[in-house]
Design a binder for this molecule. Structure first.
Ligand code: ATP
Length: 631
């Protein structure tokens, strides 16, 4: 069969171009990727051989072998794993399976250095060979294929590849890199040994390097395969024996991420349920965190045998960003995805691993030296974690402890306040936790509803993310303190003693005058409002609208329901007026009932505008306002 030429999938070509144009400070990662692929291929065969031991044939001892040929300028990574057929090579080495990569490639920025850094998130995997090679040849024979059914694949990484049938004496894969002149340092025995040792330290398969033996005088040196790792899977070691650097390297091996993880938790549990878990939190959220096709889940091992990738039965959806593995003796070796869905053991593991993950974050939050790291965690994953408040009532308490907020005291740009911080600095007499939800940080911070609370020294949580409405709807209390929106009709502030209270100015008007003012607004607005009353929450603003906090729909929720095609009932608000406001005072000086009505309408519309950001009849509002401005 003559070699056939194929064109790479468009996104592969884009990726290869990007790789060629990006200068890597750590070019050597290509070796990690190739060693990881070789180890994955061996893991897959080990698993397949449980049901079909004959696949191992006469070659039952697994190994990865790396050799350099200085004369030919090539570096070869070989394994005796599952191998590939011709069709598999065409498919797997010509396409990218991950959904997020497409989005990423479409949104490349002009900043190449940044792109190069981010690209690692997508598991460039095999294609990273082209960082150092101007030609790559793969010779592979699948474990199920005959000697003459091997495949030879080749590409210079410039848009096409060729493939054809060839022969290979035994199953497995050779990846042969024809190194660029400037990257031939990887053929140097010392560099190679150092790099390989670093990337194979934790791998459960033995990795051998072909090294020259010291030659006897006058003789050409002999070469020998030297094992460079101890071939013990990292997670089987006692945590105390594993260094931070080893954990970091292992994370990169598992995930193909090029960045260090933010934190990890390694646990070996014996007893009723026996398992070892190694959970990692990445340092950046993947592009497709909110994409339904996100590839999530842990690697599953049973009795140290790799069973499947991305097993999503072990963590809840709101922890979908966690990477890692679980190894257990309590599941059968032939467990399938379907069986996992119904397995009681899997359900128990999910419960345990969820707690482990939340503990890992709690530790990070408590670590005084890791303040910055927790900030990164919250910025990257806080929004997803909030889903857990609604989805996972059993762990709500633990998740509540992890939440961080912007507040009126910290400011909208400082999202670092925990609920415990909030409670610890509540002024004397404050019983509840106050919050406001708006569409933007600015709108939250500038909300008129906060004026009185601020004046009393009461801190308010500022919220503006879409998920917040949903989350706060599910929350009732934290350590006995109720959550109350700043827009609630009754803020239950009795008993809050603040310095400003004592210095409160006596009202300039009498009770009768106040009642009369309220009655005038009521008469002027009629059916447009549920009620009118004097506000004790406003300081500068003229008025605001309030609803019962357990009944009121915020504007965000209203829009969400409307977008979902639901008819949302008209809501009548209570108008609260600030009798100390110069605008209200001016309005009350108007004796003509028609003109006072216009004033009342403008004041109500202003209040609605501040609350909702829009009005039903904006043109009418502008007309009335202009008439008053001109009078
Ligand atoms: N040494 C190998 N033996 C057998 N198959 C291989 C080998 N190397 C690569 N492959 C096949 O090629 C596919 C693509 O490899 P690549 O490294 O690009 O991505 P991946 O490993 O699937 O993804 P990720 O890098 O995110 O894990 C693999 O999934 C595997 O099917």
């Amino acid at each position: 069969m003559a070699a056939e030429t194929h064109v790479f999938q468009t996104k592969v070509s884009k990726l290869l171009k990007l790789l060629a144009n990006s200068l890597y400070s750590n070019k050597e990662v290509f070796l990690r990727e190739l060693v990881s692929n070789a180890s994955d291929a061996i893991d897959k065969l080990r698993f397949a051989a449980i049901a079909k031991p004959e696949l191992l044939g006469s070659d039952p001892v697994f190994s990865i072998r790396i050799s350099a040929d200085k004369e030919a300028g090539t570096l070869t990574v070989s394994d005796n794993g599952i191998g590939m057929t011709l069709d598999e090579a065409n498919e797997h080495l010509g396409t990218i399976a991950q959904s997020g990569t497409e989005d990423f490639l479409e949104h490349l920025s002009a900043d190449e250095a940044k792109n190069a850094q981010q690209i690692g998130q997508f598991g460039v995997g095999f294609y990273s060979s082209f960082i150092v090679a101007d030609r790559v040849t793969v010779v592979s024979r699948a474990a199920t294929a005959g000697e003459n059914e091997a495949v030879r694949w080749e590409s210079d990484g410039s848009g096409t590849f060729t493939s054809e049938l060839t022969t290979r004496a035994s199953r497995g894969t050779d990846v042969i890199l024809h190194l660029r002149d400037e990257d031939k340092n990887f053929l140097d025995p010392w560099t190679l040994r150092e790099t390989i040792t670093k990337y194979s330290d934790h791998i459960s398969t033995p990795v051998y390097l072909l090294e020259e033996k010291p030659a006897e005088e006058g003789k050409t040196p002999d070469k020998d395969w030297v094992q460079v790792n101890d071939a013990k899977a990292l997670w089987t070691l006692p945590p105390k024996e594993v260094t931070d650097d080893q954990y970091k390297e292992f994370y990169k091996h598992l995930t193909h991420d090029w960045e260090d993880p933010l934190c990890w938790a390694h646990n070996r549990v014996e007893g009723d349920l026996e398992y070892t878990s190694l959970l990692y939190c990445p340092s950046a959220a993947p592009y497709d965190l909110y994409n339904r096709d996100l590839q999530k889940g842990l690697k599953l091992f049973v009795e140290r045998v790799f069973i499947m990738d991305r097993a999503d039965a072990f963590l809840p959806n709101y922890l979908r960003f966690i990477k890692g593995l679980v190894d257990t003796n309590d599941l059968p070796l032939n467990v399938s995805r379907e069986l996992l869905q119904e397995s009681r053991v899997a359900a128990k593991l999910k419960k345990a691993l969820t707690r482990r993950a939340l503990d890992m974050f709690a530790k990070l939050a408590d670590d005084k030296d890791a303040k910055e790291k927790y900030g990164v965690f919250w910025t990257q994953f806080g929004r997803v974690l909030k889903e857990g408040i609604v989805e996972d009532p059993d762990n709500r308490k633990a998740i509540l402890g992890l939440l961080r907020f912007a507040t009126t005291k910290a400011g909208a740009s400082d999202i670092t306040v925990s609920l415990a911080d909030y409670v610890s600095r509540m002024p004397e007499g404050q019983k509840n936790i106050y919050y406001v939800i708006a569409n933007t940080p600015e709108a939250a911070e500038g909300s008129p509803y906060l004026e009185g609370l601020k004046k009393k020294g009461v801190e308010v949580l500022l919220l503006w993310e879409r998920i917040d409405e949903w989350m706060m709807g599910a929350l009732t209390e934290f350590e006995g303190h109720k959550f109350i929106p700043a827009t609630a009709a009754d803020l239950e502030l009795e008993g809050v003693k603040s310095k400003t209270d004592e210095a409160e100015k006596p009202s300039e008007t009498s009770k009768e005058e106040d009642d009369k003012a309220v009655a005038r607004f009521k008469a002027a607005l009629g059916e447009k409002v549920a009620d009118v009353r004097i506000s004790d929450r406003l300081v500068d603003s003229a008025a605001c609208v309030v609803g019962q906090h357990d009944q009121m729909l915020t504007e965000q929720m209203r829009r969400m329901l409307e977008a979902a095609g639901q008819t949302v009932p008209e809501e009548k608000y209570t108008l609260e007026v600030n009798l100390e406001s110069p605008l209200v005072k001016k309005a009350l000086k108007e004796n003509d009932p028609t003109r006072f009505s216009e004033w009342a309408d403008v004041i109500l519309d202003q209040a609605l505008l501040s609350e909702q950001g829009s009005l039903k009849d904006p043109a009418g509002f502008v007309k009335r306002l202009n008439a008053l401005l001109l009078s």
